[in-house]
Ligand binder design. Structure first.
Ligand code: C2E
Ligand code: MG
Ligand code: MG
Length: 647
C-alpha cells in the first residue's frame, strides 16, 4: 500500500464519503465512517475509519490522525441478519395465519403480520392504537373462557385455545390461538408471542358432521342417538332427584303409508317436516322431540308433575293434528297414535323406557286411531308373551301343531250343507287350542301367514276333495278359504293356488277365497289384476266381514266379487234392531243388483234365521247350525246327511 492513498482501495461509495470529508476537514471535526476496501486478492474489507483532523493554532489544517478498524466480520453478520430479517418478513407476510406479539405486562401490541387484516378484518395499526381491541373482538360467549385462560398461560408458558371473534361486519370466525410466553434472561416473562389460525371452515365441517350424527336430515330434529343420550341424562337426574318426573311419548302416524304410497315420497317427506313443526309447537323448550325414522317420533317431557301432564300433552298433540296438512296442493288429514311411558326410577336403561312407550303405542294402535295409552307393567308381560307366541308359531307348521276346522255353510231355504269355511286352529303344546284371532295377526305381521296360508289351502282342498269323493250324493261341496292381505299381495299366489288345485284335483269352481275389504283397499292398484287372474281361473271371490271396513258397495263393484259375507255384528241384532234389519236388507238388495250372492255370518238364533229368510239371503253360517268342527266331526256330520231345515 506504500505510495498509495487509502482512497485508491475504496469503492465509489467510499470515495464519495471521503471526498465530502476532504472538503470539511479544515472544520476540525472528528468523524467516523464505514468504508469498504478492496483487498489485493479481490475480497472486501470493511473498516471503520476514525479520523481526527489536526489544526494548528491559527486553525489551519495540518493533517489528520486516523485509525482503521477492520469490521468485516461485523458487516458480514449484519448483512446476514438483514437478509434473514427480509426472509422472515417475506414468510410472515405470506402467512395466512396471524402472527402476533404482545407485551406480557401491559398486553400492548408489539408485532402483527399482515394476515391480521384478512382474519380480523382490521389493519395492524388499529391494534397498535388500542391494545384492548384483541379482547373486544372476542365473541361475547367466549370472552369469559378466554379471560380465564390467561392465568394458566403464565403458569405453563404455552397454551392452545379455540374461540370465536366477531368482525366489524358481523362475521363470526373461529380461531385457534397458540400462545407462548417469552422470558428475559432473569426468567421474567416479557412477551407473549403467538399464532392465530382461522379454523372457521374446519369448525363448520365439524359442526356439520356432529349435526349429521345427532340430527335427522329431513326434519332437523334430534335423531335416535341424541334422544337416547338425553334420556340417559333424565334417568341419571332422576337418581339424584326422584321427585323430578319425566315421560317418554312414542308417536306414530296412523296412515302414513297411505300418503306415501298414493301421493309419493316427496309429499310424505313434506308431511313429516310439517308434523315435526307442529310437534315442537306443542312442547316446552327443554322437552326433546326426536325422529327415530319413518313416521316414528319420540318425545321426552323433561319436567312433569304427574302422568296427567303427559296425557295432557298427548291430547294437545291430537288437537294439533286436527287441522289438515296442506301438502303441495293436497289437503291431507292425519291422526297419530301415542304410547306413553312414565320415567320412574325402576328404569336403568333408556331402551327400556323406549320399549315400554313403544309397547303402549302398539296397544294404542290396536284400540283405535288417534288415541294414546299409558304403559303399565301388564303390557310388558303381554309383549313378552307375544314374542314367545311368535317364536312358537315359527315351529308350529313344522311340528304339525296346526289343524283345520270346518264350519258348515248352509242354504237358507233348504237347510242343507253347501260347503265349509276352513278355519285354522293351533294346538299349542302348552297353551292348548289357540284361536286364529290371536295368532293370525302375528302371522301377518311376521310374514308367517304366507306358509301358514298355503298349508291351510292345501290341507283343506285335499280334505274337501276327499269328502266330495266320499259323499258323491251331495251336490258338490264348496270350500271357503280365508286369504289375508299379505297373501293377497304375494306375487306367487296364483301359481301356488293353481298347483294346489292340480295336486288335489279339486275343481276351481268349488273353491271360494275370502278377502276382507281392508285387504283389497290396502293394495287397490294390484287388487284388480290379482282378482281378475283368480277369477279367470274359475275361482269364486268373497268379501269377508262385509260392513266392518270401507263398506262401499259401489267401490267394490270395481272388483269381480261373487259373494258378500255380511259381518256377524249386523246379523246378531237383526232380530231386535229394526235399523240393523234395514241395513242388512239394503245390503242384500244392493248385492243382488250387483249380481253378488250373500252369506250371513254368525247366525246364532232361529229368529235371526227367520229374518234372513225374509230378506231372501241365500246362505248362512253360524253356531245355530254348527260351530267349526274338526275333520272327523265334519265327516260324521256329512255322513249323517243331516238337514238344518228343522232348526
Ligand atoms: P272369519 O273368516 O270371519 O271367520 C268367522 C269367524 O267367526 C270364525 O272364528 C268362526 O268360528 C266365528 N263364528 C262362526 N259362527 C259364529 C257364531 O255364530 N257366533 C260367533 N260368535 N262366532 C262365530 P275363528 O275361527 O276364530 O276365526 C277368526 C278369524 O280368523 C276368521 O274370521 C278369519 O279372519 C281368520 N282366520 C281363520 N282361519 C284363517 C286362515 O286359515 N287364514 C287366514 N288368513 N285367516 C284365518
Ligand atoms: Mg272368513
Ligand atoms: Mg268373517
Amino acid at each position: 500500500m506504500l505510495g498509495e492513498t487509502l482512497f485508491s482501495f475504496m469503492d465509489s461509495e467510499g470515495l464519495e464519503i471521503a471526498n465530502a470529508y476532504l472538503l470539511r476537514r479544515h472544520q476540525g471535526i472528528h468523524e467516523t465512517h464505514d468504508f469498504k476496501f478492496r483487498c489485493q486478492d479481490g475480497s472486501d474489507l470493511w473498516a471503520i475509519i476514525s479520523c481526527a483532523p489536526l489544526l494548528d493554532d491559527e486553525g489551519n489544517y495540518g493533517g489528520a490522525l486516523g485509525m482503521v478498524t477492520n469490521i468485516t466480520d461485523r458487516k458480514q453478520a449484519e448483512a446476514a441478519l438483514q437478509e434473514s430479517k427480509q426472509r422472515l418478513d417475506g414468510i410472515l407476510s405470506s402467512l395466512e395465519d396471524v402472527v402476533w406479539s404482545i407485551s406480557a405486562d401491559t398486553f400492548e401490541t408489539l408485532y402483527l403480520n399482515p394476515a391480521v387484516l384478512k382474519v380480523y378484518g382490521r389493519c395492524a395499526s388499529e391494534f397498535f392504537d388500542n391494545s384492548n381491541l384483541w379482547f373486544e373482538m372476542i365473541h361475547p360467549e367466549d370472552q369469559q373462557r378466554v379471560h380465564a385462560a390467561i392465568q394458566p398461560l403464565f403458569l405453563t408458558g404455552k397454551q392452545e385455545l379455540e374461540y370465536r371473534i366477531v368482525r366489524a361486519d358481523g362475521h363470526i370466525r373461529w380461531l385457534l390461538n397458540r400462545s407462548h410466553l417469552i422470558y428475559n434472561a432473569c426468567g421474567q416473562p416479557i412477551r407473549i408471542d403467538g399464532i392465530a389460525t382461522d379454523i372457521t371452515e374446519r369448525k363448520l365441517l365439524e359442526e356439520k358432521l356432529v349435526h349429521h350424527a345427532f340430527y335427522d336430515a329431513l326434519t332437523g330434529l334430534p335423531n335416535r342417538i341424541l334422544f337416547i343420550d338425553r334420556l340417559e341424562l333424565a334417568i341419571a337426574q332422576m337418581k339424584h332427584n326422584p321427585d323430578d318426573l319425566f315421560a317418554v311419548l312414542f308417536l306414530d302416524l296412523d296412515r302414513f303409508k297411505v300418503v306415501n304410497d298414493s301421493l309419493g315420497h316427496l309429499v310424505g317427506d313434506q308431511l313429516l317436516v310439517t308434523l315435526a313443526q307442529r310437534l315442537q309447537q306443542c312442547l316446552q323448550l327443554d322437552d326433546t322431540v326426536a325422529r327415530l325414522g319413518g313416521d316414528e317420533f319420540t318425545i321426552l317431557l323433561s319436567h312433569i308433575q304427574t302422568i296427567e301432564d303427559a296425557t295432557c300433552i298427548a291430547e294437545h298433540i291430537h288437537q294439533a293434528l286436527e287441522s289438515p296438512f296442506n301438502l303441495g296442493g293436497y289437503e291431507v288429514f292425519m291422526t297419530a297414535s301415542i304410547g306413553i311411558a312414565l320415567g320412574t326410577n325402576k328404569y336403568a336403561q333408556p331402551v327400556d323406557l323406549l320399549r315400554d312407550a313403544d309397547t303402549a303405542l302398539y296397544r294404542a294402535k290396536e284400540q283405535s286411531q288417534a288415541g294414546h295409552i299409558v304403559f303399565d307393567a301388564t303390557m310388558h308381560d303381554r309383549a313378552v308373551a307375544l314374542l314367545q307366541l311368535e317364536t312358537d308359531l315359527r315351529w308350529a307348521i313344522e311340528r304339525q301343531e296346526l289343524c283345520v276346522y270346518y264350519q258348515p255353510i248352509i242354504c237358507v231355504t233348504t237347510g242343507t250343507i253347501e260347503g265349509f269355511e276352513a278355519l285354522v286352529r293351533w294346538q299349542h303344546p302348552e297353551r292348548g287350542l289357540i284361536s286364529p284371532a290371536e295368532f293370525i295377526p302375528i302371522a301377518e305381521e311376521t310374514g308367517l301367514i304366507i306358509p301358514i296360508g298355503q298349508w291351510v289351502l292345501s290341507e283343506s282342498c285335499q280334505q274337501l276333495r276327499q269328502w266330495q269323493l266320499q259323499f258323491p250324493a251331495i251336490k258338490p261341496l264348496t270350500l271357503n278359504v280365508n286369504l289375508s292381505g299379505k297373501q293377497f299381495s304375494q306375487p306367487r299366489l296364483i301359481e301356488q293356488i293353481s298347483q294346489i288345485l292340480q295336486d288335489t284335483n279339486l275343481s276351481p269352481s268349488n273353491l271360494k277365497l275370502e278377502i276382507t275389504e281392508t285387504a283389497i283397499i290396502a293394495s287397490a292398484d294390484k287388487a284388480t289384476s290379482v282378482l281378475k287372474q283368480l277369477k279367470a281361473f274359475g275361482l269364486q271371490l268373497c268379501i269377508d266381514d262385509f260392513g266392518t271396513g270401507y263398506s262401499s258397495l259401489a267401490y267394490l263393484h270395481n272388483f269381480p266379487i261373487d259373494v258378500l259375507k255380511i259381518d256377524r255384528s249386523f246379523i246378531n241384532r237383526i232380530d231386535s234392531d229394526t235399523e240393523q234389519f234395514a241395513i242388512v236388507r239394503a245390503i242384500v238388495t244392493l248385492a243382488d243388483n250387483l249380481g253378488m250372492s250373500v252369506v250371513a255370518e254368525g247366525v246364532e238364533t232361529i229368529y235371526q234365521l227367520a229374518q234372513l229368510k225374509l230378506l231372501q239371503c241365500q246362505q248362512a253360517q253360524g253356531y245355530l247350525f254348527s260351530k267349526p268342527l274338526d275333520q272327523e266331526q265334519a265327516r260324521i256330520l256329512l255322513a249323517s246327511g243331516q238337514s238344518f231345515l228343522s232348526t
